[in-house]
Design a protein around this ligand. Structure first.
Ligand code: 5AD
Ligand code: SF4
Length: 420
């Protein structure tokens, strides 16, 4: 999501203000930092990075802080780092061309509605287009700062999404990647009058675009994984068979404390339904360990779900208290060493599962869409079910689909050879 926000910012700056991007910070006229605030670490990193940028920037260069930390700290950022020229919140991206010209501007209104703003076009990759389908988040997970930085959820009108997808495809992209905090809650609220379109219907409409071959999305919410959604996912050949299902915890009690809206049993039921309709699906997840009040038994439930589901990829975190969240005030904090032990236990279990799963991939053949040219004469891409696979080759492979047989197993990247 932040990557797409950055593309929007770059689009506005290049089209309206004549900027070009550079990787050479000391020669830049403008330095922008797009920040995350989901956990505490990136926030403290922001101020140390700002100090470095201020020292190394050229005379007169401006510094802007964008994103979720901008939303939540606002003018505090300029108080702590007075050389910062402006602060632009995660829900005010379209105002980049305004704040640029106002010294010490702070635009962080989380009620600002930019769901229908027509951003100019800039894409980091010509092969795959990130497309926002909603802004904000209507949930109130007790650990999460996002509703406070990105505001209420508003769906982007489907006509705009379809237009953006068509334009990307006309420019050569064969894959679109739909983005939203809760993509499968799409259509719950639009800014203006809009016909009723849910996420399954949006997927059906998108898949009618000729020459669009692959659709991916993140993140769906387990609570909204109804049968219609799973059936559309399984039966629509353009939808990549890779599902992110953020579990957060395997304990029904902890899920309740987190206000996630589902139980361990519901999650397992959805996985079963998904796998019964779509056996080849790969499933990834997010897990938080050591949420306040998480007992050994609760954590054992998380391990139990891990053993049952055997996720293909996990993103796992120690709970990090965030300001303006409900859980910030929970007092039944888990000891730091217990938290570290649980994180390591979870990650070790996952590594064992992955090693077993990966071993079975040897000699299998996947259709790979090549997107990246690596420095060492390898070109890499993804299979439909999201395996990262690289082959020896040149940029001629980029943007093409090829059948690849896996010859070497890695933990996160496989090596193969083109067979068709
Ligand atoms: N502490 C730890 N992890 C968090 N996440 C969100 N908020 C927190 C927090 N306070 C994790 C969740 C979410 C992912 C993007 O970040 O797992 O799905
Ligand atoms: Fe945060 Fe929950 Fe919204 Fe995800 S669904 S962004 S975890 S509040």
């Amino acid at each position: 999501m932040n990557s797409r926000d950055s593309e929007h910012i770059i689009a506005q700056l290049t089209e309206k203000e004549g900027y070009e991007t550079t990787d050479d910070m000391p020669s830049a006229d403008l330095i922008l930092i797009n920040t995350c605030s989901v956990r505490e670490k990136p926030v403290s990193k922001l101020f140390s990075e700002l100090g470095v940028f201020n020292k190394k920037k050229k005379e007169g260069a401006k510094i802007g802080v964008c994103g979720c930390t901008a939303s939540h700290l606002g003018e505090e950022i300029i108080k702590r780092a007075p050389y910062v020229n402006f602060v632009l919140g995660a829900r005010n991206v379209s105002k980049i061309t305004e704040v640029l010209h106002k010294d010490k501007a702070v635009e962080v209104d989380i009620n600002y509605d930019e769901s229908e703003f027509a951003f100019d076009d800039f894409r980091t990759s010509p092969y795959k287009a990130f497309i926002n389908i909603s802004i904000g988040c209507d949930k109130a997970c007790t650990y999460c700062i996002v509703p406070k930085t990105r505001g209420d959820e508003i769906s982007i009108p489907d006509a705009l999404i379809l237009r953006e997808a068509k334009r990307a495809v006309d420019n050569g992209a064969k894959e679109v990647f739909l983005l939203g905090q809760n993509v499968n809650n799409y259509g719950r609220r639009f800014s203006g009058e809009h016909e009723k379109v849910n996420f399954s219907e949006l997927l059906r409409r998108l898949s009618k675009i000729d020459k669009l071959e692959r659709i991916r999305f993140t993140s769906p919410h387990p609570f909204h994984m109804d049968d219609e959604f799973i059936e559309e996912f399984a039966s629509n050949p353009k939808i990549c068979k890779s599902m992110h299902m953020p579990l957060q915890s395997g304990s029904t009690k902890v899920l309740k404390d987190m206000k996630r809206g589902y139980t361990k049993e519901w999650f397992l039921d959805r996985v079963e339904k998904l796998r019964s309709m779509c056996p080849e699906v790969s499933i990834s997840t997010d897990i938080i360990v050591a949420f306040p009040g998480e007992s050994d038994e609760d954590f054992e439930d998380t391990l139990d779900v891990m053993r049952k589901v055997r996720f293909d990829q996990i993103f796992s975190f120690k709970y990090s208290p965030r300001p303006e969240t409900e859980a910030e005030h929970f007092t039944n904090v888990v000891d730091e060493d217990v938290a570290s032990f649980r994180l390591t236990t979870l990650q070790n279990l996952h590594t064992d599962i992955l090693d077993e799963k990966n071993a079975a991939q040897l000699s299998k053949t996947y259709r790979v869409y090549f997107e990246d040219l690596n420095k060492d004469y390898f070109v890499s891409g993804r299979s439909d079910n999201n395996l990262v696979i690289k082959v020896k080759g040149s940029d001629e492979l980029l943007g093409k689909f090829k059948d690849v047989k896996i010859t070497t197993i890695g933990r996160t990247i496989f090596t193969g050879e083109v067979v068709g």
